[in-house]
Design a protein around this ligand. Structure first.
Ligand code: 6GU
Length: 224
């Protein structure tokens, strides 16, 4: 998969993309991530990317010109047209089902906004889908883009080692994950459930299913 990110702060992505599963997936060419800086597509000597809102009001609004020019340049960098996603708190809420859907695409183009918002013509003129990562406000689309990149990449074939498995993750079957234990068998008087030491794999699977259900009922009844 190829993922392009259009942003004013490409450096924000360096660290999250350089560790663990994302690092390994990039090294193995399971995902290719290309960062493009909107500021490189300004045409004035101040490299201006935002301006005051027409009609007045607080804050600044991202100008359409540099975003459109950056987008049109980025789109030509790869033969697949890609699915275009604008990160905004006003979008469709991101969840595991959408992550799975996006993991089937050959290319994603993620556009991260800053400031008080986008000029409305970015929204309407680019014909992008709008996606939010939840009902709260963060200072820009960059962290949201990283969340999407991480959630999608871990679903790509070969991204997880044999030791990790996406199949048992919370939400993968619509439920929260069951409790896990490792050594020692007794830690500060807290014992590992007997059944996990029994070697009876059918019973263990049944217990885990039950635990998943109980946990979901208790903490996230909305998922049931
Ligand atoms: Cl995509 N952007 C911002 N600024 N805030 C958010 C968001 C996105 N999703 C949830 N909150």
């Amino acid at each position: 998969m190829r993922i392009d990110v259009i942003t004013l702060f490409p450096e924000m992505f360096d660290s999250p993309l350089s560790y663990s599963i994302l690092k390994r997936a990039r090294e193995r060419n399971i995902v290719e991530i290309a960062l493009s800086n909107i500021r490189d597509f300004t045409t004035d000597s101040y490299k201006k990317v935002d301006d005051k809102p027409y009609g007045g009001g607080p804050g600044m609004v991202m100008m359409p010109g540099p975003v459109f020019d950056c987008f049109e340049h980025v789109r030509e960098q790869h033969p697949e047209k890609g699915r275009v996603i604008l990160l905004t708190p006003q979008g469709r809420k991101f969840d595991q089902a959408l992550a799975k859907e996006l993991s089937g695409e050959k290319r994603l183009i993620l556009i991260a906004g800053r400031y008080e918002g986008f000029d409305e013509r970015i929204r309407t003129g680019l014909d992008a889908e709008q996606v939010s990562i939840g009902d709260y406000v963060i200072s820009g689309g960059e962290l949201a883009a990283m969340v999407i990149i991480d959630a999608v990449t871990r679903l790509l074939a070969g991204a997880l080692g044999d030791e990790d498995s996406a199949a048992d993750d919370s939400f993968s079957n619509g439920l929260l994950e069951y409790p896990q234990y490792t050594r020692p068998e007794i830690f500060r008087d807290m014992k590992v459930p007997e059944i996990l030491l029994s070697g009876d794999h059918a019973k263990i699977a049944e217990w885990r299913k039950q635990q998943s259900l109980e946990r979901t009922k208790k903490h996230r009844p909305d998922l049931l």
